[in-house]
Design a binder for this molecule. Structure first.
Ligand SMILES: Nc1ncnc2c1ncn2[C@@H]1O[C@H](COP(=O)(O)OP(=O)(O)OP(=O)(O)O)[C@@H](O)[C@H]1O
Ligand SMILES: [Mg+2]
Length: 255
């Protein structure tokens, strides 16, 4: 399908000589907001890296924005999970500027368009007040928001966010999730956002991509997040309950 932003056909990914994902196939339409879930070590980060062309496929084929991941790299925004604490003396602005082409840490040579793109990205996640602060003086959650802003610079067609909500407090988590949903809708951006709590992206995501035991399932929240579906994926009993508040609770027994 030409309209798919991401397509994985029978993809097998291995790391350290071990298969992480085996024969995974799914396609994500342009403009979709997908929540990526699964237990620690299931392969969420590995899959996102594969979509960036950073992993060699053991088998299968990946198409991103109608081309190979590497050919599409300029249209992809990425917030990695591992976030180094380097550069404590740099400001938030320096951090974002360092991601612009033709610049290096601390010596940004920015065009007017570059500055505008940085400012728009900062505004998008309410991070403008953080731009003048030194990274070393920011809380983990504040630094996180700057890193999300960095991934948004230039409004990429595909945004890959690896646990962007980790270490945010519940109110900020909801705020950032809703802002991301709004930006994605307004810009027609396709988003794949990994998280550990399904509830954090409820109402924001269109579908769930759940990875476990080497397999993946993509579908609507009400299709994937059920006792039957997750038990089949894990090959073991998993219980999904809906609390009176509407929150989904997934039993951890099979993890
Ligand atoms: N550089 C590496 N070399 C060898 N094995 C690796 C490497 N990086 C990751 N792995 C292994 O690949 C598997 C998948 O890791 P990955 O980081 O993709 O999981 P994840 O779903 O993102 O987990 P988490 O929720 O903890 O972030 C894990 O078993 C991990 O130990
Ligand atoms: Mg990960």
């Amino acid at each position: 399908m030409q309209d798919d932003a991401v397509r994985c056909d029978d993809v097998t990914l291995a790391r350290g000589g071990r298969e992480i994902l085996t024969g995974v196939s799914f396609s994500i339409p342009q403009g979709a907001f997908v929540g990526l879930f699964g237990p620690n070590g299931a392969g969420k980060t590995t899959l996102l890296r594969a979509l960036l062309g950073l992993e060699t496929l053991a088998h299968g084929h990946i198409t991103v924005l109608g081309a190979t991941p590497r050919a599409s790299i300029g249209q992809i925004g990425y917030m990695p999970q591992s976030r180094s604490a380097n550069g404590a003396s740099l400001t938030g602005w320096d951090l974002l500027a360092s991601g612009m082409s033709g610049t290096r840490w601390g010596i940004p040579r920015l065009t007017r368009e570059d500055r505008l793109a940085i400012q728009e990205a900062l505004d998008a996640v309410d991070a403008t007040p953080l731009a003048t602060r030194r990274l070393g003086s920011l809380s983990g959650g504040e630094r996180q928001r700057l890193l999300i802003a960095q991934a948004l610079i230039g409004w990429p067609s595909l945004l890959l966010l690896d646990e962007p909500l980790a270490s945010l407090d519940p109110v900020r988590m909801r705020d950032v999730a809703e802002r991301l949903g709004q930006i994605a809708r307004q810009r027609g951006m396709t988003v794949i956002c990994s998280a550990h709590d399904v509830n954090a992206l409820m109402g924001v995501m269109d579908s769930v991509l759940y990875v476990a035991r080497g397999r993946a399932r993509l579908g609507r929240v009400d299709e994937v997040m059920t006792t039957e579906s997750l038990s089949a994926l894990y090959g073991a009993p998993v219980e999904v309950c809906r609390a009176p508040s509407g929150r989904l609770l997934v039993s951890a027994d099979a993890f």
